[in-house]
Design a protein around this ligand. Structure first.
Ligand code: ZN
Ligand code: ZN
Length: 148
């Protein structure tokens, strides 16, 4: 294992610390390991949830992500929930109930989204027709080791 518990908090020994948060600053997160994958999701539910034409999420192990401030939660279906700031409304994460050990953080909420380019698409069949983004990337379903 590449991390140690320091005063109850996991610190990645490779020095990774990824920070982000909502627009008003009330809810912040720290991830102590790099994302497993970053995916553009084009499904209609993510589009509504984030209010943007594509939702880009970075997948992490839940125990590598520490939250500061009150994360509000909306169960968007039997299988999924959305985390957001109850004060400013920023969309912050997505959770897939059958896989509780994973959390998908909204890349747009990262302090430095430039550091984590997307590697995959999900639900390309639902993509907004005029949107052109990362046309060279594979879909997650066709990619080896699909986990989202
Ligand atoms: Zn906020
Ligand atoms: Zn989606």
């Amino acid at each position: 294992m590449n991390s140690i518990a320091l005063r109850g908090r996991f610190v990645d020994m490779s020095g990774h610390e990824i920070t982000g948060g909502c627009l008003c600053g009330e809810v912040r997160f720290v991830a102590t390991a790099p994302p497993r994958r970053v995916t553009h999701c084009h499904c209609g539910m993510c589009r509504k949830a984030v209010g943007a034409v594509v939702a880009t999420f970075a997948a992490f192990e839940s125990n590598c992500v520490e939250w500061h401030g009150p994360l509000a939660r909306f169960d968007s279906s039997d299988r999924a929930w959305r985390g957001f700031c109850g004060r400013c409304g920023s969309s912050l994460c997505f959770g897939y109930k059958p896989r509780p050990k994973r959390i998908y953080l909204a890349l747009g909420a990262f302090d430095d989204p430039n550091a984590y380019p997307a590697g995959f698409h999900d639900y390309l069949d639902q993509k907004v027709t005029w949107l052109k983004v990362d046309g060279h990337l594979p879909t997650a379903a066709s990619a080896k080791g699909n986990s989202s």
